[in-house]
Design a protein around this ligand. Structure first.
Ligand code: FFO
Ligand code: ATP
Length: 186
C-alpha cells in the first residue's frame, strides 16, 4: 500500500466512529498521557481538533495543561505555504475556526518552534518505528524540522500502529505515540 492507500484506510476507519466513541477514546488518550514523564516542561504545543474529520478531541489535554499552569502554544496555518505560525494561548486569545474547520488564534504573542518542549501531533496513521502519516501537505514535517532536537514529538491516535508505513526523506519521526490502549515510545 502507498501513502494515499493508508490515508484512505484511516479516513474510513475514523468515519466508523460515533461522536460518543471519539469522545471516550479522546479521554482515554488524555488519561494515558498522564502516565508519561513529560510534565516538568514549560512550553506545550497543541492542535485544536477538526471536528468534522473526527479528530481526537484535545480539550481534555488542554484542561490538563491549564490545570498544571503550563504555557500552551497554538498555531495558525497558512495553506499557501503549508506553514504554521505559533502563538501563546492567553486569556485574551480570540479563537476563530478557519475554512478547513481548524480553530485558530487570531493574534497574540508569537512563539518560535525552538522554544517548544513538547509538541502533540495529529495524524492519520503511524507505525512501530514512529513514522507518521498526516493529510499529506507536510505542515508538521516543516514545523518539526525547526524544533530543537530534545523536543518531544507525541503523536495521538485512535488506532494502533501499522507494522511499517512508506516514508520520504522529509518525514520527522515521533518520539512517542499515545492511543486509547497503549503508550508507544520510539
Ligand atoms: N487539527 C489539526 N490541525 C492541523 C493539522 C491537522 O491535521 N489537524 N495539520 C496537519 O498537518 C495542518 C493542517 N492540515 C490540513 C490538511 C488538509 C486538510 C484538508 O484537506 N481538509 C479537507 C479534506 C480532508 C479530507 O481529505 O478528508 C476538508 O476539510 O474538506 C485539513 C487540514 C495544521 N493544523
Ligand atoms: N521540510 C520540508 N520542506 C519542503 N517540503 C516538505 C518538507 N516536509 C515535507 N515536505 C513536502 O510536503 C509534502 C507532503 O509531505 P507528507 O506526505 O510527509 O505529509 P504528511 O506528513 O502526511 O502531512 P502533514 O504534515 O500535513 O500532516 C511532500 O511533497 C513533502 O516532500
Amino acid at each position: 500500500m502507498n501513502k494515499s492507500d493508508y490515508r484512505a484506510k484511516y479516513k474510513d476507519l475514523r468515519a466508523t466512529l460515533s461522536a460518543e466513541n471519539c469522545d471516550d477514546k479522546s479521554l482515554a488518550i488524555a488519561n494515558n498521557l498522564l502516565q508519561l514523564d513529560i510534565w516538568d516542561f514549560e512550553f506545550y504545543h497543541l492542535f485544536l481538533s477538526i471536528e468534522k474529520l473526527k479528530e481526537i478531541n484535545t480539550e481534555y489535554i488542554l484542561n490538563i495543561l491549564s490545570g498544571k499552569d503550563k504555557n500552551i502554544v497554538l498555531s495558525k496555518s497558512d495553506f499557501k505555504s503549508a506553514s504554521m505560525t505559533h502563538y501563546l494561548l492567553t486569556d485574551s486569545t480570540l479563537l476563530k475556526t478557519n475554512a478547513w474547520g481548524i480553530p485558530e488564534p487570531q493574534n497574540g504573542i508569537q512563539m518560535q518552534p525552538e522554544q517548544l518542549d513538547v509538541v502533540f501531533i495529529p495524524l492519520l496513521a503511524f507505525d512501530k518505528r514512529g513514522n507518521r502519516l498526516g493529510y499529506g501537505k507536510g505542515f508538521y514535517d516543516r514545523f518539526l524540522k525547526n524544533c530543537k532536537p530534545s523536543c518531544l514529538k507525541i503523536g495521538l491516535s485512535f488506532f494502533e500502529a501499522e507494522e511499517e508505513l512508506p516514508t520520504n526523506i522529509d518525514d520527522i519521526a515521533l518520539t512517542h505515540c499515545i492511543t486509547p490502549d497503549k503508550i508507544y515510545t520510539f
